[in-house]
Design a protein around this ligand. Structure first.
Ligand SMILES: Nc1nc2c(c(=O)[nH]1)N[C@H]1C(S)=C(S)[C@@H](COP(=O)(O)OP(=O)(O)OC[C@H]3O[C@@H](n4cnc5c(=O)[nH]c(N)nc54)[C@H](O)[C@@H]3O)O[C@H]1N2
Ligand SMILES: Nc1nc2c(c(=O)[nH]1)N[C@H]1C(S)=C(S)[C@@H](COP(=O)(O)OP(=O)(O)OC[C@H]3O[C@@H](n4cnc5c(=O)[nH]c(N)nc54)[C@H](O)[C@@H]3O)O[C@H]1N2
Ligand code: SF4
Ligand SMILES: [Mo]
Length: 871
């Protein structure tokens, strides 16, 4: 047997090392030697092995829906791009790429656009993700650099998590924090989020801030730092400009704009100011805002004023979302940057890079940022568009308009691993890329650590690496300089090019990796940059100043928090984000039954009092409507959201729930500095969707119900679906058969016209092939139990009972996806005396593998204890 392959998880920016499965369908393991995770994995990482089958994969190039050869497809793409440039100039073409590309892919995409086509119209989904952090870093530090390391989160005495649901979105980092807090109970965690999340459950202090109240919060903190004499005067005078104006603006801002009580503010100030070792982690609740860059600088101001930066256990820490969000920033992934942190506006930087590439041209001005780029598609400025490794018809705000904009561009290409995405459906040419496990290259995680993604599977069908596809198109456009034998040569060139940055006095220095041979590249151990030619790599930045503005100092910025407006037509603040077990547009995580069982349907978190006021009951369907569109989802009544606020998950697509897509309802408002859309700050109204009937179905077939409401999810023996309709079907059996995709087999129908309930079971060869339950109200049926009956020899009547008999208890909705432990099983164990997460684990196994569900286990225990206390 060959040695197992060590590679890196393709999901979040924690960048965990994983050991590849050694046989098809096998499980992955955490890599104990990787410094990001030391062997840990989360639920998504643990389920990677289940996403590797070829179901749904794009396996051949397609032109207008028919399979084509690579020759034909590449000739067509190169020809159309060259033609558009010749006819309309370089700015008539655009690339829209992704933080899920490898550094090598990203590097050649940028080289092609900026150095050869001569336009900076290449932007990335990082615009939706990290752009405000990038802009904030550059304003304060003169460079886009995360100063700290993951150890800082563990070593901090006070850890502040602002707009971050770390427990669900960076679960292994969260596990590291939870372990550090367990070992050192004096460590305090503060969570700043308008919504209560699994992350808040670990926090000593949850500040349910008013949406976008963050700048006021950190302005108030800065004023308090000054008032309590906590300014580090030596650090400020030696290394910081702008202190006085920043403080004056902070004093002018009103702490009441946070929506927090004086006691809450005082508790926050006491903790933050009272401990030297403070780390402030921030994520999309900060970045995805119309004032995102200002929020970033309001946070950075406080760390600069106290000199708490770049030392162990201290500093601001922007966590990256995607596996290579950081790598993309390094190679100039955004439309307003050049490779190596060089500036597109700087003539000397441009000339140096052009000289290094020996390229025919160089983009001289920033290109279009994502939201504007798709507007330029809509208004005819873009004649040829190539989307690579991202799904903008789902993930951009105003998603319906974006889909329409893509369709209106004369020539469109998408490179993807998946055949049926919402974006592919709009494109003329589809190019099959190799995916995780097949492709090879490097990624950089949140703490600047470069790790190898190594292949352990053959490329399926005609799929090819993204960099190779890009290089072939470049070659066909007549460009030299894209003749790489393999990805190691691209990396070597990129690393060598960082000498330019170093010589301009920049911090991004990988010259120590420039001479890597192919064998050394293949064996590259995870390494944190900078990696200079001589001396030790990695470490922290800015403890002794050394900023990258011309005078070497950092800048504090005067921040004025936004005024908060009311909108009587759209009274709700529409917040959006992530759930624990799905990754973005679900093209990979949606393939696994285990991950799909955690939350199987799109939903809106609504405060119970708002729900009552709108006649909405739990499990009703609700229309969340904004001026740009509607999302129709299940109502989930919870006090975790504030009154006047709604939370929608971003994940559902036309393949899983066309009515439940969030982003048609999300407005394309952007931050004026970074161009990042305010994905958490739209306005909406809500109304109950008055369905005539509701249904739940499980089938061995993939269902594609075309009903006013529908959502499908993978389950162990097939698929499950939620549906609702406006008109009660006359023939329930026919309705069930259409929905289940089952025309044969034997049907058993139970119908009660008086109550409007109907239940249909379809048996094929003595086994349950489909079950359908309908009612006038949201259907009460034990869903996970019904799903488990698929393929079993259970009698139809028993199956239609809709709940488990005492011989086969229903475990309920899955909480622990590793061991598929359901909520009912957990509640029983708690009733039975389990009072800690560890004892629940001993009894049920829940939480004993990846640990991603531990916050939910704790919440169940807490709820159980509260119930006992109330009894
Ligand atoms: N399971 C899972 N994990 C992921 C991903 C995934 O798709 N699924 N995606 C990855 C990617 S690309 C990213 S960018 C990260 C994102 O990671 P996070 O940023 O942690 O995740 P989100 O759920 O987008 O948003 C975080 C929180 O911001 C809060 N928020 C909204 N408005 C405000 C506000 O005005 N102020 C404050 N303080 N908070 C606010 C929301 O209520 C939400 O709980 O996750 C990464 N990890
Ligand atoms: N409402 C709302 N919208 C959001 C957000 C939010 O919080 N709220 N968050 C935003 C953020 S932070 C992000 S990062 C984006 C993410 O949004 P997207 O980037 O659009 O989402 P993904 O599903 O990750 O898209 C990746 C695509 O690449 C494909 N793919 C996977 N691997 C490869 C590969 O190796 N090569 C190629 N060519 N293709 C591959 C997948 O099949 C998939 O179609 O969403 C943004 N949109
Ligand atoms: S925390 Fe989970 S999703 Fe993120 S890199 Fe680690 S295993 Fe992958
Ligand atoms: Mo992201």
């Amino acid at each position: 047997m060959t040695a197992p392959t060590c590679t890196t998880c393709p999901y979040c920016g924690v960048g965990c090392g994983v050991i590849a499965p050694q046989a098809a369908g096998g499980a992955v393991a955490g890599d104990p030697a990787h410094p990001a995770n030391f062997g840990r994995l989360c639920s998504k990482g643990s389920a990677l092995g289940e996403t590797l089958d070829l179901e749904g994969r794009l396996l051949a190039p397609q032109i207008a829906g028919r399979d084509a050869s690579w020759e034909e497809a590449l000739d067509l793409v190169a020809g159309k791009f060259a033609q558009a440039v010749a006819d309309h100039g370089p700015d008539s073409v655009a690339l829209y790429v992704s933080g899920q590309l490898l550094t090598e892919d990203y590097y050649v995409a940028n080289k092609l656009m900026k150095g050869y086509i001569g336009s900076a119209n290449i932007d990335t989904n990082s615009r939706l993700c990290m752009a405000s952090s990038v802009a904030g870093h550059k304003r304060a530090f003169g460079t886009d650099t995360v100063p700290g390391t993951y150890e800082d989160l563990e070593e901090a005495d006070v850890l502040v998590l602002v707009g971050s649901n770390l427990a669900w979105c960076h679960p292994v980092l969260f596990q590291r924090v939870a372990a550090a807090k367990a070992a050192r109970p004096q460590m305090k965690v503060i969570n700043v989020d308008p919504r209560r999340t699994a992350t808040s459950d670990l926090a000593d202090l949850h500040l349910a801030i008013r949406p976008d109240g963050d700048a006021a919060l950190f302005n108030g903190l800065l004023a308090e730092i000054a008032d309590r004499g906590a300014v580090n005067a030596a650090y400020v005078s030696a290394h910081v400009n702008g202190f006085d104006t920043a403080l004056a603006a902070a004093r002018a801002s009103d702490p009441r704009d946070t929506g927090l009580t004086a006691d809450e503010l005082a508790a926050f100030h006491d903790l933050w100011i009272g401990s030297e070792k403070v780390v402030t982690v921030y994520s999309q609740g900060v970045n995805q805002s119309a004032c995102g860059t200002d929020k970033v600088n309001a946070i950075l101001n406080c760390h600069l004023a106290t000199g708490r930066i770049g030392r162990p256990g201290m500093g601001p820490f922007s966590v990256t979302g995607q596996p290579n969000a950081m790598g993309g920033r390094e190679v100039g992934g955004l439309a307003n940057m050049l490779a190596n942190h060089l500036d597109i506006e700087n003539e000397a930087h441009r000339a140096a890079l052009q000289g290094f590439w020996n390229s025919p041209t160089m983009a001289a001005k920033p290109g279009l940022k994502a939201v504007d780029l798709f507007r330029a598609c809509a208004d005819g400025r873009i004649k040829a568009l190539w989307v690579i490794s991202t799904n903008p018809a789902v993930s951009l705000p105003e998603a319906e308009a974006v889909a329409e904009a893509i369709r209106s561009v004369p020539f469109t290409v998408a490179s993807d691993i998946t055949a049926a995405t919402d974006t592919n459906a709009c494109c003329d040419v589809l190019l099959p890329a190799t995916g995780w496990g097949e492709k090879s290259g490097t990624v950089t995680n949140s703490e600047r650590r470069i790790s190898r993604q190594r292949p352990f599977l053959p490329a399926p069908g005609a799929a090819r690496p993204d960099w190779a596809i890009l290089c072939d198109v470049a070659g066909r456009m007549g460009f030299e300089g894209f003749d790489y034998a393999d990805e190691s040569e691209i990396f070597a060139e990129y690393a060598a090019s960082t000498a330019l940055a170093r010589d301009f006095g920049k911090d991004l220095d990988l010259t120590g990796l420039a001479g890597l041979s192919k064998a050394e590249y293949d064996a590259l151990a995870p390494v944190q940059w900078p990696v200079p030619e001589t001396g030790a790599p990695g470490g922290r930045f800015f403890a002794q100043g050394g900023f990258f503005h011309p005078d070497g100092k950092a800048r504090m910025l005067p921040i004025t928090p936004p005024a908060h407006g009311e909108d009587t037509h759209y009274p709700f603040r529409l917040n959006t984000g992530r759930i624990r077990d799905q990754w973005h547009t679900m093209t990979r995580t949606g393939k696994t039954a285990r991950l799909s069982s955690h939350l199987a349907e799109p939903f809106a978190e609504i405060h119970p009092e708002d729900a009552i006021a709108h006649g909405i009951h739990d499990a009703d369907l609700v229309d969340v409507t904004s001026p740009t569109g509607t999302a129709r989802v299940r109502a989930l009544l919870t006090t975790r959201v504030q009154r006047g606020a709604i939370f929608l998950p971003m994940h559902w697509t036309a393949s899983f729930s066309a009515p439940g897509k969030a982003n048609p309802a999300v407005a394309g408002v952007t931050d004026p500095v970074s161009g990042q859309p305010a994905l958490k700050g739209s306005r909406a109204r809500i109304s109950r969707f008055a369905a005539a009937w509701y249904g739940f179905a499980v089938s061995v077939n993939r269902m594609q119900p075309d009903r006013p409401y529908w959502a499908v999810a993978r389950c162990a023996g097939g698929w499950r679906a939620e549906v609702a309709g406006l008109k009660t079907p006359a023939d329930w059996e026919a309705e069930a058969r259409r929905l289940l995709g089952l025309s044969g087999g034997t049907a058993t129908l139970l119908e009660d016209p008086a109550t409007g309930t109907a239940r249909v079971a379809i048996e094929e060869n003595g086994r349950i092939a489909g079950l359908f339950f309908a009612a006038r109200q949201p259907v009460a049926v034990a869903r996970s139990h019904a799903a488990r009956l698929l393929g079993s020899e259970t009698s139809p009547l028993k199956a239609l009972a809709g709940r488990a008999g005492s011989d086969r208890p229903d475990p309920g909705a899955t909480v622990c996806s590793c061991f598929e432990v359901g909520i009912n099983t957990l509640k029983l164990a708690i009733q039975d005396g389990a009072t800690t997460v560890a004892s629940l684990g001993e009894r049920t196994c829940a939480g004993t593998n990846c640990g991603s569900c531990k916050p939910e286990l704790q919440a169940l225990i807490d709820a159980g204890l509260q119930k006992v206390a109330a009894e």
